[in-house]
Design a protein around this ligand. Structure first.
Ligand SMILES: Cc1cc2nc3c(=O)[nH]c(=O)nc-3n(C[C@H](O)[C@H](O)[C@H](O)COP(=O)(O)OP(=O)(O)OC[C@H]3O[C@@H](n4cnc5c(N)ncnc54)[C@H](O)[C@@H]3O)c2cc1C
Ligand SMILES: *[C@@H]1O[C@H](CO)[C@@H](O)[C@H](O)[C@H]1NC(C)=O
Ligand SMILES: *[C@@H]1O[C@H](CO)[C@@H](O)[C@H](O)[C@H]1NC(C)=O
Ligand SMILES: *[C@@H]1O[C@H](CO)[C@@H](O)[C@H](O)[C@H]1NC(C)=O
Ligand SMILES: *[C@@H]1O[C@H](CO)[C@@H](O)[C@H](O)[C@H]1NC(C)=O
Ligand SMILES: *[C@@H]1O[C@H](CO)[C@@H](O)[C@H](O)[C@H]1NC(C)=O
Length: 258
């Protein structure tokens, strides 16, 4: 499949910046709480801190020394570790930023004006496909990697939370339209599935934006049959090259394609 990296880069141009913050020092207490759960975490004094932090920063405006840094980055490997981080954060009063693949335009998954920790879901990326049921459970740290969007590096944690548009949208709707269940950690560290959370909350987490209603651990998505042959191509045209005519034509032709 050919991906247009140019379109990916264009999207990075609409951005904003964020002011300084003063860091409070309750993170020792947080780390103490965390250490009871034997989790892997990184503080700024750890030599891996910068590379872990920078790894999924997609908006380079926030890859500077001026950008406010987290006090701790936690990289849970299981649902129960995520629960423990949330419980510690709640107990200590620590602000949490959740990061899946870091494509947030405003850096909201790894920048904050108040002292904060990052829960980075990099290690939660298991995908379980049920062929007979035509469904899959996808952990939130996975990247989309298929035409749910134009960029394969986008994370499902943020992408599905915001709706998610892609090349199959005209026929199948948004990514969010194809989600049939989810596992969410709420502010009390409780894991809720669709039945537990109820239809209102389930509706809200599919388009209402990430980091708003809780931490999504995984999504259950409907799978679609894909024809044996799929053709994907990118065509670059300017207005001078009669782009307008082309789009006009395409609008008539596209809906009639197989
Ligand atoms: C290069 C590029 C190409 C893109 N292409 C498309 C496209 O084709 N179609 C489209 O619809 N969008 C596209 N987007 C937008 C993208 O879908 C959103 O920015 C999305 O929020 C990114 O998700 P992420 O997990 O990678 O980002 P992150 O920065 O990790 O997260 C984004 C937001 O969601 C929150 N969040 C992340 N994970 C979770 C979780 N598990 N639970 C709760 N909240 C969470 C974060 O705190 C943050 O507020 C693109 C963005 C970029 C930078
Ligand atoms: C953490 O590790 C210690 C020592 O191995 C063990 O006793 C304890 O039960 C572990 N805690 C958790 C929450 O796994
Ligand atoms: C950095 O943190 C990781 C994960 O907790 C740990 O394994 C490693 O030993 C730490 N490195 C240093 C230099 O402290
Ligand atoms: C972010 O900044 C660091 C240090 O300045 C640099 O090494 C790294 O390459 C930058 N990341 C990207 C994606 O440019
Ligand atoms: C968390 O628990 C408290 C006390 O039981 C309750 O009042 C509150 O509504 C709960 N919050 C969520 C998000 O469920
Ligand atoms: C654009 O359309 C005009 C009018 O049909 C035609 O004369 C011209 O050659 C076209 N330009 C290109 C680059 O195809």
């Amino acid at each position: 499949m050919k991906i247009s990296w140019f379109s990916c880069l264009l999207l990075l141009l609409v951005l904003s910046s964020s002011p300084w913050s003063t860091l409070a020092d309750n993170h020792q207490e947080f780390i103490q709480c965390l250490s009871h759960s034997n989790q892997t975490y990184y503080t700024p004094s750890n030599s891996s801190f910068s590379s872990i932090l920078q790894f999924s920063i997609q908006n380079l405006r926030f890859n500077t020394t001026e950008t406010p840094k987290p006090l701790v980055i936690v990289t849970p490997v299981s649902e129960s570790e995520v629960q423990q981080v949330i419980l510690c954060a709640k107990k200590i009063g620590m602000h949490v930023r959740v990061r899946s693949a870091g494509h947030d335009y405003e850096g909201l998954s790894y920048v904050s004006e108040v002292p904060f920790v990052i829960v980075d879901l990099i290690n939660l990326r298991t995908i379980n496909v049920d062929v007979n049921d035509k469904s899959a459970w996808v952990e939130a740290g996975s990247t989309i990697g298929f035409p749910a969007g134009v960029c394969p590096t986008v994370g499902v944690g943020g992408h599905f939370s915001g709706g998610g548009y892609g090349t199959m949208m005209r026929k199948y709707g948004l990514s969010a339209d194809n989600i049939v269940d989810a596992r969410l950690v709420d502010a009390n560290g409780t894991i809720l599935d669709r039945v537990y959370m109820g239809e209102d909350l389930f509706w809200a987490i599919r388009g209402g934006g990430g980091n708003t209603f809780g931490l999504v651990l995984s999504w259950k998505i409907k799978l679609l049959d894909v024809p044996e042959k799929v053709t994907v191509f990118t065509l670059d045209k300017t207005l001078e090259q009669n782009l307008t005519k082309l789009i006009h034509k395409w609008q008539n032709v596209a809906p009639r394609f197989h």
